[in-house]
Design a protein around this ligand. Structure first.
Ligand SMILES: Cc1ncc(COP(=O)(O)O)c(C=O)c1O
Length: 381
């Protein structure tokens, strides 16, 4: 006899009441055990990792659900399909696309492929730290050039630091942790002035949030003819698949072939491959996510301004807010109040990085701020 979960629960609860020797166990009513919709994570308010709180989109969720039942299979055929979809989405050849377990894997592979002892990585400071770590692990020297006063990459200074040993330059645009932009035209002349043997990795993890600015254009959407430019994208931000780990890069086929041997074989799982194909096609959800982020960012900036707080102009899904206090202390205060913020950035040590969360999470952020000692007592210099 087939027995539904509800009937099964009824059966065991009657059994438990009848059996005198059985320990008394709490029987949950059936509706408690049945799925009721999206699972809302418990625990602290997470404004620390620049996640997309509005997704994943419904089509990606449906694709994930149907993909789990094929978890016993290697997803080899699906890789080729996703690679093809990404290639046609960007109008490039499949040989120009390399998938990785998060764009973090692409960053690691670029470091391993192009750096070694005696070679040098040039990057900004502060910037996203992963590639610097991998460069050091590969034995290379890391040259970090402070951002300029507008928090753009100081490209003149970076060019001055490039020498014959520089085999890789990392540009994060928009930059993490500052959410600032480096103007497209400045990047173009920087790249044109680099020695042709030097690779440039442009990390466009926050591309979708920067689209509105006239200073910005993606190097995938508007490529230059520079042979050694690698553009890195992720499914963790606008596509809201951070937990499933998928990123990719686009470059000339010869560059991809230099990177490919270093990628972990089968590091991309079968669930994310299907989810990503669905997410990529769902341009309407992408538009909605961008709009929701734009509104949340504007609301955050309004709230900051109402409190006379300064911030760095944001082109991403997070904002660097100047608290006028030591960031470490502010972050710790919020942590005790169950709100997680980005790590402190020594170069700008009164700023906190706040990822834009859901409306109730942002209200919790401002409530906590208003109650904090930092809101009442500006730091004296
Ligand atoms: C600039 C930048 N690049 C790359 C990544 C890594 O993303 P993932 O490995 O999830 O694709 C992040 C994540 O925060 C990031 O901020």
């Amino acid at each position: 006899m087939l027995i539904s979960r509800r009937n099964f629960l009824r059966t065991i609860s009657t059994g438990a009441a009848a059996g005198a020797a059985m320990p008394v166990t709490r029987i949950w009513p059936a509706h408690v055990l049945e799925p009721t919709g999206p699972i809302v994570p418990r625990g602290p308010v997470r404004l620390n990792e620049n996640e997309n709180v509005y997704g994943p989109c419904k089509k990606a969720l449906a694709a994930m659900h149907s993909a789990v039942s094929t978890a016993n299979r290697y997803p080899n055929a699906d890789y080729a399909e996703l690679t093809g979809s990404i290639a046609s989405f960007h109008g490039v050849k499949p040989e120009q696309v390399l998938l990785g377990c998060g764009s973090t894997e692409i960053l690691r592979v670029a470091a391993v492929a192009f750096l070694r002892r005696g070679k040098q990585l040039v990057q900004a400071s502060p910037t996203f730290e992963a590639i610097g770590r991998y460069a050091k692990a590969a034995g290379a020297e890391v040259v970090s050039v402070p951002l300029d006063r507008s928090f753009a990459h100081d490209l003149n200074e970076m060019l001055a630091r490039v020498d014959a040993t520089t085999s890789l330059v990392y540009i994060c645009n928009p930059n993490n942790p500052t959410a600032s932009l480096t103007p497209r035209k400045d990047l173009e002349s920087f790249i044109a002035n680099l020695h042709p043997s030097c690779y440039v990795l442009i990390d466009e993890a926050y591309h979708h949030y920067a689209g509105q600015s006239s200073m910005y254009a993606s190097f995938v959407d508007r490529p230059t003819n520079a042979e050694k430019v690698i553009v890195c994208r992720t499914f963790s931000e606008i596509y809201a698949l951070a937990g499933l780990r998928l990123g990719y890069c686009i470059a000339a086929p010869a560059v991809i072939e230099q990177m490919r041997p270093h990628i972990t074989l089968n590091s991309v799982n079968g669930v994310v491959v299907r989810a990503a194909t669905a997410a990529l096609e769902d341009t309407e959800s992408v538009r909605n996510f961008v709009k929701q982020n734009t509104d949340a960012r504007q609301e955050f900036l309004n709230q900051a301004q109402a409190r006379m707080l300064r911030f760095i102009d944001s082109h991403a899904n997070f904002v660097m807010l100047n608290t006028q206090h030591r960031a470490g202390e502010v972050i710790e205060y919020f942590r005790k109040e169950n709100i997680l913020l980005g790590s402190p950035v020594p170069a700008i040590d009164t700023y906190i990085r706040v990822s834009l969360g859901a409306a109730n999470e942002m209200r919790a952020f401002w409530r906590t701020w208003d109650r904090s000692p930092f809101a009442r007592a500006p730091m004296h210099h």
